[in-house]
Write a protein that binds this ligand. Structure first.
Ligand code: CUA
Length: 235
C-alpha cells in the first residue's frame, strides 16, 4: 500500500489480479445501473404529462423484470469462476502453516525441520524510524516468489483471520479446524496484512509481514534458520 491509497492495493499474485479485474467489471455494471436509475428519476420529476388511459404496461413490466436477472448472470458467472479458481490447489511446492494466538501469529514450515517461530507486532517504543506503526512484525514470513504455496490456517484460542490484501488471501483461523488456501507471489518485496477477525477487545491488529524473495535467497534463509536456534525466536 502507498500513502492515501483508497482503492485496492496493487496485486502481488495472479488471483489478486483477477480479483481486481472482477471488481472493476462489477463497478462498471453498477455505474451503468446508477446512471440509468438517475436519468429515469430526473425525467420523472421533470415530466408534467399525465394520461388517464394508461392502466398497465405488460411489455415494460416484462422487460424490467428480465433485464436485472440477465445483468446478475453477467456478475455471477465471473464471480463463480473466481471463487473456484481461488479454491484450487495447484500442486504446491511448499506448505506454510500459521496458527493464530492472541495477539500474535505463529508459523510452521513443515517441509523443513526445526523451522517454526512466532511473529509479534513491533512495539511502538521499539520501532525503527523506517517501519510502519501497528503493521510491522519482529519476525517476517519469508516466502519464495514464483512458486505455488499452500497455506494452512488454524487458531489456538479464538477466531482470527489471516488476511493479506495484495495476495487476495483471507482465510479464517478457527480453533479445531484447518483451513486451506493456495497462492503464489509474482514479485519480490514486503507484503503487509492484518488479522481481520474480532479476536478480542482492543486487539492489536495482529500484523502479517511477508518477505517475498527469490528461491535461492529463500533456501539460504531456510538453512540459516535451521542451523541456528539462537538468532531467531524459535519455539
Ligand atoms: Cu486475530 Cu483479529
Amino acid at each position: 500500500a502507498t500513502w492515501l491509497n483508497l482503492t485496492l492495493q496493487d496485486s502481488a499474485s495472479p488471483v489478486m489480479e483477477q480479483l481486481i479485474f472482477f471488481h472493476d467489471h462489477a463497478l462498471m455494471i453498477m455505474l451503468m445501473i446508477i446512471s440509468a436509475v438517475f436519468y429515469t428519476m430526473i425525467s420523472i420529476i421533470q415530466n408534467k404529462q399525465t394520461s388517464r388511459f394508461i392502466l398497465e404496461g405488460q411489455m415494460i413490466e416484462t422487460l424490467w423484470t428480465i433485464a436485472p436477472a440477465i445483468i446478475l448472470v453477467f456478475i455471477a458467472i465471473p464471480s463463480l469462476r473466481l471463487l473456484y479458481l481461488m479454491d484450487e490447489i495447484h500442486n504446491p511446492a511448499m506448505t506454510l502453516k500459521t496458527v493464530g494466538h492472541q495477539w500474535y501469529w505463529s508459523y510452521e514450515y513443515s517441509d523443513f525441520t526445526k523451522l517454526e517461530f512466532d511473529s509479534y507486532m513491533v512495539q511502538q517504543e521499539d520501532q525503527p524510524i523506517d517501519s510502519f506503526r501497528l503493521l510491522d512484525t519482529d519476525n517476517r514470513v519469508v516466502l519464495p516468489m514464483n512458486s505455488p504455496i499452500r497455506l494452512i490456517v488454524t487458531a489456538a484460542d479464538v477466531l482470527h483471520s489471516w488476511t493479506v490484501p495484495s495476495l487476495g488471501v483471507k482465510t479464517d483461523a478457527t480453533p479445531g479446524r484447518l483451513n486451506q488456501m493456495s497462492f503464489s507471489i509474482n514479485r519480490p518485496g514486503l507484503l503487509y496484512g492484518q488479522c481481520s477477525e474480532i479476536c478480542g477487545a482492543n486487539h492489536s491488529f495482529m500484523p502479517i509481514v511477508i518477505e517475498s524473495v527469490s528461491t535461492n535467497q529463500f533456501i539460504n534463509w531456510v538453512s540459516k534458520m535451521s542451523e541456528s536456534s539462537d538468532d531467531w525466536k524459535q519455539v
